[in-house]
Design a protein around this ligand. Structure first.
Ligand code: C2E
Ligand code: CA
Ligand code: CA
Length: 585
């Protein structure tokens, strides 16, 4: 649509008791191309008509029987919906006092009566252009050009008030992008912006080509699709026959993201999680529908992404539970409900235990042991991870000292560090302080950061890694192979170790793809001087294969699950029976 046609679609209203004036101006404006003109000569109807028609501009006569223009202006300005509506006041009097009064009441502009047509056309065009610009800023997302959350809510509310009269269905789809954060952290803001644009294009294509939408009449995809912010989009379907129609669109969306997006020469997979809420069954106002669609999308994300679901009690319960768990987390910290378990890392050749990865557990008073994958993201969101992470570090350092006293020497204790922790300005100072307080040997402590975290801010990461190295603490890059980077990115990083992710170990030794990836990572990492740990090793064939291709340390259920401190010592001192034990699993 060109700018002129957009302007010509604007709704113009005029309130003037002289109906002949209204008709003249209507004729003139329609000839000029404006198609949506509403004239009112009974000033008593003005306010309610304005609220109904929602004009983009109002031409208002001042002197009228019933209520006069001043009063109308006052009432419009007092109402939030019309407080900023552009009002051009038509005044036959050239006297300053009248103009001043209208100005004080919030008139946007003046036009002298009798109205000069070319001047009218100019005023209207200027006012509408300015309004369009302001609307663009206030109602549209500058990155994708799509409606923003505010406009989406307004349109949803408007649709609901229309539907209340006709008993129809409408539904809101909340769309979340899988691992967008990770990709954004890895590639930085430029690529993630480009990615969001690609996503919005694909969403629009998908809506455009959907049967439901194209059969629905005058659906404009760029009106019903919105970018709510971050990795969250929405689609509003107002012309559906029944709830099933929304599921067709949901399905279509998910399928169309099976193919990777191409962003600046890179192929990026972005699975979608879609939550659907339907009016009237799931709520009767825009906020509730949108938040229910969003909590349903949350549920889809937590259940493994890539799919769609309708809002249900389950989604509601899920959201509630998540919020409650967040609150319990705080209590759990003061009640000392957290503890560490340690998973042995075994030397691939000598079979001796060389390392222990500290893994956090939460003993919830009613739920029992909660997995870190559940509570760590919550702790990050709730701002508790720094405190929790510092406790983990302190506990692991203390344990390292105790083990050394017990005769478990030269054991490397690996500690996982979260995004918030690693990015905090005082991370290195905290590490130094904890080491000093506990008396642990820096060379016995290994910090694990994930590959995507290392890549999110390369300069910051390298600076912190250099500080740690200078202090004698080694760093390991965790979950290697899942973070979309390659070894060439890593070569500038002062790290000591790479951990090959379980995903590439699972298919060994038979899967040729996993073979190729793991042996390529190992041989290249060796050249760069890194140690290699394979994690998630569950059977002897995997362990043998990894040891054959040069992996240094093996961690996984094949040798042992994460153990309590006591069990770990027993495991360590029973080292010679390790293989037999592993084989029995
Ligand atoms: P991770 O760092 O990749 O830890 C490895 C996970 O794999 C652990 O899960 C471990 O129990 C599991 N695992 C080890 N061997 C096997 C195996 O042979 N088979 C299978 N199926 N799984 C195996 P866990 O303990 O549930 O921890 C999950 C994640 O939570 C960790 O992944 C880590 O990212 C995070 N995490 C755990 N503790 C902490 C912590 O203290 N701080 C931070 N920031 N994150 C932590
Ligand atoms: Ca780890
Ligand atoms: Ca890992």
């Amino acid at each position: 649509m060109t700018e002129v046609t957009t302007l010509h679609n604007s709704v113009i209203m005029m309130v003037d008791d002289e109906s002949i004036m209204v008709e003249l101006i209507q004729m003139f404006l329609e000839e000029t191309g404006y198609k949506r003109f509403y004239g009112i000569s009974d000033s008593l109807e003005a306010i309610s008509e304005i609220h109904l028609r929602k004009p983009d501009i109002l031409l208002l006569d001042l002197v009228m029987p019933g209520i006069n223009g001043f009063e109308i202006l006052k009432q419009l300005r007092a109402h939030p919906q019309t407080a900023h509506l552009p009002v051009v006041v038509l005044t036959s009097s050239s006297d300053c006092e009248t103009k001043l009064k209208a100005l004080e009441l919030g008139a946007t502009d003046f036009l002298a009566k009798p109205v000069d047509q070319s001047e009218l056309a100019l005023r209207i065009r200027n006012t509408l252009t300015f309004k369009a610009y302001q609307d663009q800023l206030a109602y549209y997302d500058s990155l994708t050009g799509l409606p923003n959350r505010r406009l989406c809510l307004e349109r949803l509310n408007n649709a609901i008030s229309r539907f209340q009269k006709v008993n129809g269905f409408l539904s809101v789809l909340n769309i979340r992008l899988g691992h967008f954060r990770k990709v954004a952290d890895t590639y930085g803001p430029e690529i993630s912006d480009a990615l969001l644009k690609e996503v919005s294009e694909r969403l629009l294509d998908c809506v455009r080509s959907s049967d439901i939408v194209s059969h629905g009449g005058d659906y404009d995809p760029s009106r019903i699709t919105a970018h709510l912010g971050g990795d969250e989009f929405s689609i509003l379907l107002t012309r559906i026959q029944n709830e099933n129609d929304a599921s067709y669109v949901g399905e279509r969306l998910v399928q169309s993201f099976d193919k990777p997006l191409c962003v600046e020469g890179r192929e990026i997979y972005m699975p979608l999680s879609v939550g659907i809420a339907v009016y009237p069954s799931d709520g009767d106002n825009a906020e509730i529908l949108l938040s229910r669609a969003s909590s349903t999308a949350d549920l889809v994300v937590d259940e493994g992404e890539n799919g769609f679901q309708f809002y249900s009690d389950e989604a509601n319960t899920h959201l509630k539970e998540k919020m409650e768990l967040g609150q319990d987390l705080r209590k759990g910290l003061s009640n000392k409900e957290f503890y560490l378990v340690y998973q042995p890392q075994v030397d691939a050749v000598s079979q001796k235990v060389k390392g222990a990865e500290a893994l956090l557990r939460w003993n919830h008073p009613s739920k029992g042991v909660v997995a870190p994958n559940v509570f760590i993201p919550l702790a990050e969101e709730n701002g508790l991870m720094i405190e929790l992470g510092t406790r983990v570090l302190r506990e692991a350092c203390q344990q390292s000292v105790l083990w050394e006293k017990e005769g478990i020497e030269d054991l490397t204790v690996a500690v996982n560090v979260s995004g918030r922790q690693f990015k905090a300005d005082n991370f290195f100072d905290t590490v130094k302080r904890v080491i000093a307080e506990t008396g642990a040997a820096p060379s016995n402590i290994m910090i694990e950061i994930t590959e995507s975290l290392a890549m999110s801010d390369v300069h910051q990461a390298i600076a912190v890694l250099l500080q740690l190295r200078g202090f004698g603490i080694s760093v390991s890059v965790d979950d290697f192979g899942t973070g979309y980077s390659s070894l060439s990115y890593l070569k500038d990083f002062p790290i000591a170790e790479l951990k090959i992710d379980k995903a590439f170990v699972d298919g060994l030794p038979d899967n040729l793809g996993d073979q190729a990836i793991s042996s390529a990572i190992i041989s290249m990492a060796k050249k760069l001087g890194y140690k290699i740990v394979a994690e998630g090793v569950e059977n002897k064939q995997q362990a043998d294969y990894l040891s054959f291709v040069g992996c240094d340390l093996i961690q996984g259920y094949f040798y042992s699950k994460p153990l309590s401190v006591k069990e770990f010592s027993e495991f360590y001192f029973r080292e010679d029976t390790v293989l037999i034990q592993g084989a029995q699993l």
